[in-house]
Design a protein around this ligand. Sequence first.
Ligand code: CTP
Ligand code: CA
Length: 221
Amino acid sequence: HITGGVDGPLAGKKVVITAGPTFEPLDPVRGLTNRSSGRQGYAIAEKLVRDGADVTLISGPVALPTPVGVTRLDVDTAQDMFDAVHAQLPCDVFVGVAAVADWRAKDIASEKQKKTTDNELSITFVKNPDILEAVSKHLDLRPRLVIGFAAETQKLEDYAKAKLASKGCDAIVANDVSTGVFGSNSNAATLVDLDGFTPIAGQTKADIADFLSTYIQKRIS
Ligand code: CTP
Ligand code: CA
């Protein structure tokens, strides 16, 4: 089947995007998740497909329709998202927008856990794989352009710069979430790459998607 446009500035480019939260089960009826509506990742998928790209959207559980022309693969856990992303390589551009849970339960109960008489409960978590870092540092199939997102409540620019370096990606879109962004149509964002900071503050998620499409066109043409 045909995804993406035959024309448009991104025609012929394969883009893989992660979006939404991940869900890490604790037992059959409970789990750990992150707050993410998925709207930013979906807005980016919609814009890039309109600009001609072949877009695969790897989505955690969200309540959003699939943008027309986008190939969507649904996953729950970070490990499933990691595997789904790697199955899509090689691609030209990777954009990691998902709010991936950093941790998963070390042991997942096969039966619903009953409440006990204790007033405290301890659960051991183990670290999830870092999808953005693994794609950025892939030895054979690193995309030409790897872009991450970072939501921070403080020291936005310092943390974004540190993430750019530690993950080895080409750019990070840093979001200030100190004033409530989740589920809204707007973000306050700054892009950081090796050239420095480009503020894109006070714009809508669609505007950030437009900005990113232009940035991608500049970087991979
Ligand atoms: N990310 C990922 N896989 C993970 C964790 C994060 O792919 N296991 C990606 C996110 O999709 C995002 C970027 O990494 O593009 C930054 O996520 P963030 O949670 O801000 O970074 P962390 O390195 O997890 O740092 P922390 O949560 O401690 O701030
Ligand atoms: Ca994290």
